[in-house]
Write a protein that binds this ligand. Structure first.
Ligand code: 3AM
Length: 196
């Protein structure tokens, strides 16, 4: 049985990706370490749901369920800005840029989570915390390297970056390669147009 690794995400506009690229390069320079695997700007997106292994036989059902759900939700705009790390800036594992969304972002994410659970994809027990992953600190990072990343994050201030309209949601295939992940959109599910 053929399976793919897949996730559902919101794509960002080129203007935002350019800024994220600049920010990530500046932090990389400031921290001066190879302890972080930085995500190429073209791979940065807002993940709504990580599905993991999806059987190719289930793809049609999954994309149907996704499109049917997403078109019930209105378009909205998210606001991008701020810098932080999970679990904490002092002990960074994931370096992120923040996302502020209106309530429809949360409603959309919850509905997708519910539809995917109905199809058998395990629910993520963590609360949805919208963010854009800029980089991941490698597991083999030494304490002094982690400290340098943490200091660079504390020094580097990121304010408001921009607004990103959300008109559709995408199902992506993720191919994990030694040189990094390759994300390919499989299907786009449009949100409802809001009639003024
Ligand atoms: O870009 P972010 O970090 O929001 O972290 C992975 C990435 O999201 C996440 O899925 C997105 C595409 O790879 N991801 C990868 N493995 C995961 C897992 N086991 C995961 N999310 C939850 N559980």
């Amino acid at each position: 049985m053929s399976v793919i690794r897949a996730f559902i995400a919101i794509e960002l506009i080129p203007e935002i990706l350019e800024q994220l690229d600049r920010i990530s390069k500046e932090i990389r320079q400031k921290s001066g370490t190879h302890a972080v695997r930085w995500v190429p700007a073209a791979n940065i997106h807002l993940t709504l749901k990580f599905l993991g292994d999806v059987s190719v036989n289930n793809l049609a059902l999954l994309t149907d369920a996704l499109s049917t759900e997403v078109k019930l939700h209105p378009r909205f705009t998210i606001s991008i800005g701020g810098l932080g790390a999970y679990p904490k800036v002092r002990t960074p594992r994931v370096v992120w840029v923040g996302v502020e969304g209106p309530e429809p972002l949360y409603t959309l994410q919850r509905s997708i989570e519910m539809q995917m659970e109905r199809l058998g994809y395990e629910r993520d027990p963590r609360d949805f915390s919208p963010h854009l992953t800029l980089g991941r600190v490698s597991r083999s990072a030494r304490p002094d390297e982690i400290h340098r990343v943490s200091e660079a994050l504390e020094d580097y201030k990121v304010g408001f970056i921009g607004l990103n309209p959300v008109n559709e949601v995408r199902l992506y295939q993720s191919d994990l390669r030694p040189q990094g992940a390759i994300y390919s959109p499989i299907v786009s599910a449009p949100l409802a147009e809001v009639i003024p």
